[in-house]
Structure formats: structure tokens, C-alpha cells
Design a protein around this ligand. Sequence first.
Ligand code: SAH
Length: 391
Amino acid sequence: MLSIFLKPGRERPVLNGHPWVFSGAIERLEGDSESIGVVDVHDHKRSWLARGFYNPKSQIRARVLTWRKEEIDRDFFARRLSHALAFRRAHLDDSTNAYRIVNGEGDFLPGLTIDRYGGFLVCQFFTAGMAVFKNDIVDYLSRIDPVEGVFERSEGRIGDEEGLEPSVGVLSGQSPPDLIEIEENSFKFLVDIKRGQKTGFFLDQRDNRAFLSAIAQGQAVLNSFSYSGAFSVYAYGGRAKEVVTLDSSMHALELAEQSLQLNGFGDSPGEILKADAFSYLKEIEQKFDLIVLDPPSLAHRRGDAAPAAGGYKFLNLHALKHLTPGGVLLTFSCSQHVPLDLFQKIVFGAAIDAGRKVALIKRLGQPIDHPVSLHHPEGEYLKGLALRALD
Ligand code: SAH
């Protein structure tokens, strides 16, 4: 088996449970350095620390799977998967049939995400090592939780950084239909598993949508960066007076229109707008009682945090300017590289420039099916602030 030995002092994060070993922390390697298989991680004195996957093409050379001397085999994945699935089953009720079964590092399975959409699973294998166990993982899941089909969407930035070829298609069972109808808190949505953003739906916003619904009664709502309109459906569900649903993607808005109809809100007051949210927020005169600001990640790398801050500030500044007195802004950042304290500072700066006094009424984040390992704080990518404007 491949072994790596860390430079003196670089063992601390691994001992503390952080799953990533960067190339710069490695002093020496024994075994086949081109291997993508299992690796044992040692400190510089040759003491065994952990076991994980090695990838010579990635800056994150090793991703730790276990801090115990256990075999990384089919049974190992069976244990981790059953643990992850049991937790979701115990904590999500029948009103929701779309949720994340495996959330990478947060389920101690770095490089793996698995989402359930009704009768279908969507898997993403983001590391070369995890991809080796693809069949074992799919076989095991199909046995303990039979579904109509399993679809793979291993593509995008993380896979690119790992030097992985994109891999998209049916892994087992039937091919999913072009649109799947799912239920979330008893609301219905159409999900495009094959072509939609992420794995088809932003499952991570479930709790925050429920919060919006609870405060939407009688409110004029702007749902900007709406994607398939999920916040809009919840707003109408909470008896909002009117809802503007805005996104730059036509495909997303077509889904939004269909999802609104599916829930009986097709003729409700409001509009669906294809627009650039930055220009829209700057140019409109209209004011809203409730604004959702959920842009895509503006910082993809650590070095992007500073330029991203400008984007977040612009959006929040203009959103706050368009809030009625007493209005509420739900503002989000889904960038791993913009931590909560920085995000809050950016929004504070935006409030000052907008000339508004705002109070924090709730911090918003990831739901229980998107757990974050305390040893890997980078996993807490979604953060949000619910802010109420004084006057
Ligand atoms: N709130 C959504 C998820 C938002 S994802 C939900 O709950 O499902 C971010 C969305 O922003 C994507 O749908 C993307 O198409 C859209 N987007 C990206 N850039 C944009 C821009 N400049 N103006 C408007 N929408 C944009």
C-alpha cells in the first residue's frame, strides 16, 4: 500500500480530524506515486495517523476517510452509507421526498455526494479514489434502499481540480425522465436531474424556504436568483400578496413557471422575469417587503474572496435600498471562501452605505441533511442572514 510521511509539525490538522492533506505538507512517499488508491498517512517519525484516498493530480493529495486502522472496502462504505441514510430517514418526514443522503466530508465520505429525488438517486464522485468504489456504493444503496434508477453527475469544478474526466449517465436501473416531480414540505417541484444546476435542485435551502413561508403573509416579495422558483412557491404558500421571480436563466424560469402552476399559484399576482439581478436591483423603483438574495457562489477560490466581497456588497446595498420600512431581507452566500464573519461585515458595510438600520432576526444555514464536520469548517458553505430594516 502507498504511504505518505508528513513534514514535521504538519500532522496537527490530521490529528485534529481535518480530512485534507495538501501536497505542501508531504515530505516523502513510499510506494507507487501514480496510484490513485488507498494511502496511509504518517507523521515524520513514521507514526500512523490516518487512511484515505491518494490523488497525484490534485493539490489535495490525500483525503482522509478514517482515523482507525480499518480496511477501505465495500464493508467500509456500507457502514458509512447506512449511517448517513438512517439519519435522514429518522429526521425527515413523508412531506419531503428529496434530500441529500451523503454530503461529502460532513458524512465523513469526502468526494461523494448522493441526492435522492423521489424514486431516483443522483451521485457525484469528485475524487478519483471514490470513483473506484462507484459500483460498490451503487450496489449497496440499491440493496438497502431500492430505487427506480441511479444517475451520475460527476462534472464541474471539483472534478476538474482532481483531474477527473466528467462522467454523466445512468449507473443502474432506469434512466430518469426529463423532469421528475418531487415534494418538499408538501410543496411540489419539477426537477431536471440530467441538465439542471447542481444535481437538479437546491436542496440546501429547504429550511430557509420554510422560514420565508412563515413570514410571507401579505408581503410583496422579490425572489432574486430564483432558479426554479422554490422560494416563490413557499412565499405564495405563506400567502404572500405578490411575488416577483427573477433569474437570468430561461431554463430555470421555465421550471419555475411549471412549479408555480403545479402548486396552484400559476395565476397568483406577480411576475416571472428573465433579468440580470445586479442591473435590476440597481434600476428598479419598486419596493418590496421581503427580498431573497441568493446569488451563485461569487468566490470559487480563496483568492477570490476580496473581489467577491464587492459583488456581495453591491447586491446587498441595492436590495436594502429597495426594502420597505420594516421589510425583511434574506441574504445568502454559498461560497465556501467567504466565511460568516466576513459575510456579515460585508452586509454591515452595505447597510451603512444604503443608509438603513437593520437588525439580525435569524442566522440561516444548511439543513440537517447537509451536515458539516466540525473538523472541516470549509464544509459550511451556505450562510444567510435574515435582516429587518428599521425604517
Ligand atoms: N434560490 C434558488 C437557488 C439559486 S442558485 C433556489 O432556492 O433554488 C443561483 C441562481 O442565480 C441560478 O439559478 C442562476 O441561473 C442565477 N443567476 C446567476 N447569475 C445571475 C444574474 N446575474 N442575475 C440573475 N440570476 C442569476
